[in-house]
Design a protein around this ligand. Structure first.
Ligand code: NAD
Length: 493
């Protein structure tokens, strides 16, 4: 996929500079994207930032109609700007996201923006299917829905928006985003940059719109707005449930709690390196990241040694207990009472967790880990922090069974380290997850070190899988009866 812009001519550069100067003048007279919504009747120049869902949907509807007129080439140009800005501004935007959300790791915030610029599929993914036969021709086209409403998480605020926007615009849609309140400023800054560049090039503003002050109420407004034709939700259990109950069609990228199984045929050094790479990525904020490991007893001690060789810090039993008390809290009432990660440790560095466990952290530590029994609350909890519990199992069947239980039927992601194809098959069949990674880190399942493409929205309960432009299309069939089929019998007329 080429993302390099073609060299512009001199006249084009002059036009662009004049346009930028005039936009800079206008911007100086307006409130900044991050500081507040644009008001007034015309939405052009708002660069996607709005004070209400209604204004945002109106602007996105107008932008959708304009985009339709520019065809696939217009979509491609718009997407190229989102890709270019994600790559060129990754350092600055990554720093802003890290400073605002205060979760994860700066190096990975920057990397996530860069990789989405090249790995998320765009218009090249679009296709039509053709059936030709004795009765003529049928073409199945993949048409846009119109305006899509998106809810995005704090764990990857701007990357999810950029990735959704590339997929959705490639399919001809526009989008209104209700971002997580704790990532709303970086969301607004990215959206403002995307729209400004797109408008300068193809003359359309507001392909990506954003509610500047998102709340649960504005999320509800988006779910119920008549102008929104489809919903795409990326987040945890509460928002996934709300979307599934919505009266509109929803694509739901819900929570995960990915288990790892390691059996006695595995390459233990590779397993250890892979677990550390996946579970420490962005301090284990990824929904696909390794969250608990079930190990066959005969290789348990050797795997723990391999984890230490690969750079992980092993906590002793008392330290694990201390960390568990500090990191996991009980939430909910009655039958719904369950363990949850303590918010102030979510996405924090391994060194912070080591300290909370009473251990002396060392410089550059990526992951802490320790042996627990299966009842430790870290096992069923999507902890989103770089501590991983390791559970000793008598054999691989027990390990697979425990892995299945800990995944809660989310059918999101599972990982195995094994060289026994039958064991892989047994685990794959039982857990039936959307991503099933063998002998590598979880991120390989999104094309990072493995094959395939990337998305930050993996639709699990609704079944669309790793989202692509085609996820955001509706099928249209165009039929021509008795003509244009050239494969059948020769013309006898
Ligand atoms: P979160 O559920 O707290 O928030 C996600 C979004 O939903 C936010 O915009 C939030 O404001 C909104 N929201 C929350 N409750 C809502 C409700 N009742 N109605 C409407 N909107 C609501 O999640 P988070 O902490 O931002 O992100 C982490 C979670 O998201 C994890 O569970 C992770 O597994 C999941 N996630 C899934 C994927 C995926 O592709 N499947 C990708 C990223 C994150």
């Amino acid at each position: 996929m080429s993302i390099a812009p073609t060299p512009p001519d001199i006249a084009h550069i002059v036009r662009q500079v004049i346009q930028e100067l005039s936009l800079a003048g206008k911007a100086a007279a307006q409130p900044s994207a991050a500081s507040g919504p644009a008001h007034g009747r015309s939405s052009a120049g708002a660069h996607g930032i709005f004070g209400s869902v209604d204004e945002a949907v109106r602007a996105a509807t107008e932008a959708f109609e304009q985009l339709e007129r520019l065809g696939v080439e217009g979509r491609r140009k718009a997407i190229d700007h989102i890709r270019r800005i994600s790559i060129d501004d990754a350092e600055e935007l990554g720093r802003m996201e890290f400073a605002e959300t205060k979760v994860g790791r700066l190096d990975h915030k920057i990397e996530k923006l860069k990789v989405l610029g090249t790995k998320v599929p765009g218009v090249e993914f679009m296709r039509s299917e053709v059936f030709s036969g004795d009765h003529g021709l049928a073409v199945i086209e993949h048409a846009p829905f119109g305006v899509i409403g998106a809810i995005t998480p704090v764990t990857h605020s701007l990357p999810t928006i950029a990735c959704n926007a590339i997929n959705m615009i490639a399919a001809g849609n526009t989008v209104v985003v209700n971002p997580h309140p704790s990532g709303k400023r970086i969301a607004a800054e990215g959206v403002r940059r995307f729209n400004a560049a797109i408008q300068r090039d193809i003359g359309i503003d507001n392909l990506v719109c954003l509610v500047a002050e998102p709340t649960l109420e504005t999320a509800g407004d988006l779910f119920s707005h008549r102008g929104v034709k489809l919903i795409c939700v990326t987040g945890g259990p509460a928002v996934a449930k709300a979307a599934m109950q919505s009266s509109k069609r929803a694509i739901v990228a819900g929570p995960g709690n990915p288990p790892v199984v390691v059996d006695d045929t595995a390459d233990l050094d590779n397993a250890a390196r892979s677990i550390i790479q996946g579970a420490s990525y962005d301090n284990n904020l990824l929904c696909i990241g390794e969250k608990q490991v079930f190990v066959v007893g005969s290789v348990f001690d050797r795997l723990m040694a391999a984890m230490e060789r690969a750079g992980g810090m092993r906590l002793g039993a008392r330290q694990v207990d201390a960390l568990t008390k500090r990191a996991i809290v009980m939430v909910g009432e009655g039958a719904h009472r369950h363990p949850a990660p303590c918010k102030d440790l979510v996405g924090q560095d391994a060194a912070v967790l080591a300290k909370a466990a009473g251990a002396a952290a060392r410089e550059g530590l990526d992951l802490v880990f320790g042996e627990t029994d299966v009842d430790n609350p870290f096992v069923p909890t999507e902890q989103m922090m770089p501590f991983v519990p390791f559970v000793r199992c008598k054999d691989v069947d027990e390990a697979i069974h425990r892995a299945h239980e800990s995944e809660h039927g989310f059918r999101h992601t599972a990982i195995i380290h094994s060289n026994d194809v039958r064991t892989m098959t047994r685990m794959g069949r039982l857990l039936d997850t959307t991503l099933f990674v063998k002998n590598g880190p979880s991120v390989a399942g999104l094309g990072l070190g493995g094959e395939g493409y990337l998305s930050f929205s993996i639709a699990t309960p609704t079944g669309e899988g790793v989202t692509t432009p085609l996820t955001f299309t509706r099928q249209r069939r165009c039929t021509l009866v008795d003509d244009l089929c050239i494969l059948g019998s020769p013309d006898r007329s």
